[in-house]
Design a protein around this ligand. Structure first.
Ligand code: XLS
Ligand code: NI
Ligand code: NI
Length: 441
């Protein structure tokens, strides 16, 4: 395919851990087999369209700093087409298998919904062609129902049913396009589904509307025969003070309370986990423990900044712990690792996009290898098994199986007296983790 937008960068190759070429992978070797699957199959990397091609470094205090070659055309539809062409050139040179989009970042919104949808159709036709030409596939699509002023008070949770209808029309179209492009999933991130003050908010009604909206989406998925997974992406704050999809456990409770638990899985984002004061791996572990792991938005926050900084993941330890949980959960099926991450405002060159993604992919490739060895050696699993071994005996089993009573607990305690305590060995395990992290290349 044409190489007009990144003429200075060739296809990124795997050169191994001794390479010092910044435009090469040191650890991500797509075809290398780890635990029975290739790295590409395990990690299922996706590039996100919004930050990577539509973000230009603007922040609350300042204008965009990046001038993308693909954004220059005067006609907005021409600019949209060139952006898509640049994106597929980037995906191909980077060697990722997947991409993700929001409806409004692939095609600019027009004055009417009908015209906006025509624009989307035109861009989707080009996307289908570029997917065919390159073999790059769609990990998931989603809807931006939070940027336009009509969504100032939310989309599905808006006080106005007319706004609910607009958002539903948008999801309908975006899900149909995702289906048309063979997407493996469809994401619902709450956007402005939350509130800033209770004195103007009917919380019970808003959350009931959100549930209704999601039921309607499930019905539409069936109606059009879309086989991809549906995911909800938890986030605790931002843009609203209280987001209804606070974290994995909150979303789980919401799904159970509304009979939606069979239809949705979770898209866990690292930076959203930390905003909720959880570790990334906590959210993943919760999802795995409840059969809810769907996909991952791989990024990170900054320990000193309390917002969604969406930085590229580079912390190998965090990636290793994430992969440890993901692998023990059986690995990805429909999901993958989508880099919902953006360049820092001072990284203004197109080549910075390559550096960012290469580093993130290498970090996860190392994490995968570390996690694989942790699992293969079984030391951590054995430790956990041993720590709970009391539950495997007759007494523990009677409790777990529901046969035991409080009377029996009292009789046991009166007979056996004070329970024996055992060390949690946290420091020993932290040391062991370091051995795995730094002995693996
Ligand atoms: C915002 C979210 C968003 C979703 C998709 O914080 O991370 O980018 O991933 O709407
Ligand atoms: Ni995200
Ligand atoms: Ni986010």
């Amino acid at each position: 395919m044409a190489t007009q937008f990144f003429p200075d960068v060739q296809r990124i190759a795997y050169e191994g851990p001794d390479s010092r070429n910044p435009l090469a992978f040191k650890h991500y070797d797509a075809a290398a087999v780890v635990a029975g699957r290739t790295m590409a199959e395990h990690l299922r990397f996706a590039v996100c369209y919004w930050h990577t091609f539509r973000g230009a470094g603007a922040d609350m205090f300042g204008a965009p700093t990046m001038r993308h070659r693909w954004a220059g055309a005067a006609d907005p539809m021409r600019a949209a087409e060139e952006t898509l062409e640049a994106a597929f050139e980037f995906f191909t040179k980077l060697g990722v298998g997947f991409w993700c989009f929001h409806d409004r970042d692939i095609a600019p919104e027009a004055d009417t919904l009908a015209e906006t949808n025509r624009r989307l159709d035109r861009i989707a036709a080009l996307a289908a062609k570029l997917q065919d030409d390159t073999g790059v596939r769609l990990l998931w699509g989603t809807t931006n129902a939070f940027s336009h002023p009509r969504f100032l008070a939310g989309a599905a949770t808006n006080p106005s049913p007319a706004v609910f209808a607009y958002a539903a029309s948008q999801v309908k179209k975006a899900m149909e396009l995702t289906h048309q492009l063979g997407g493996a999933g469809y994401v619902f991130w709450g956007g402005r589904e939350g509130y800033d003050m209770l004195l103007n908010t009917d919380m019970r009604r808003e959350t009931a509307h959100l549930a209704r909206f999601l039921h309607m989406a499930v019905e539409h998925r069936k109606r059009i025969g879309f086989g991809g997974a549906l995911y909800i992406e938890p986030k605790p704050h931002e843009p609203t003070k209280h987001q209804y999809d606070f974290d994995a456990a909150t979303v789980h409770a919401f799904l159970l309370a509304n009979g939606l638990e069979k239809d949705f899985k979770l898209n866990i984002e690292a930076n959203h986990a930390t905003l909720a004061r959880h570790e990334f791996v906590h959210e993943l572990e919760y999802a795995v423990a409840h059969g809810l792991l769907g996909s991952v938005d791989a990024n990170r926050g900054d320990a000193l900044l309390g917002w969604d900084t969406d930085q590229f993941p580079t912390d190998v330890k965090e990636c290793a712990l994430a992969m440890h949980t993901i692998l023990r959960g059986g690995g990805f099926t429909t999901g993958g690792l989508n880099f919902d991450a953006k360049l820092r405002r001072q990284s203004i060159d197109a080549v910075d996009l390559f550096h960012a993604h290469i580093g993130a992919m290498d970090a996860f490739a190392r994490g995968l290898r570390v996690a694989d060895r942790m699992i293969a050696d079984g030391v951590f699993a054995d430790f956990v098994k041993q720590r709970y071994v009391g539950w495997d005996g007759d007494f523990g089993q009677r409790i777990e199986n529901g046969a035991a009573t409080f009377e029996e607990m009292e009789a046991y305690t009166l007979k056996h007296g004070e329970p024996a305590l055992q060390s949690g060995r946290q420091e020993m395990l932290e040391n062991l983790l370091n051995e795995y992290l730094y002995s693996v290349r």
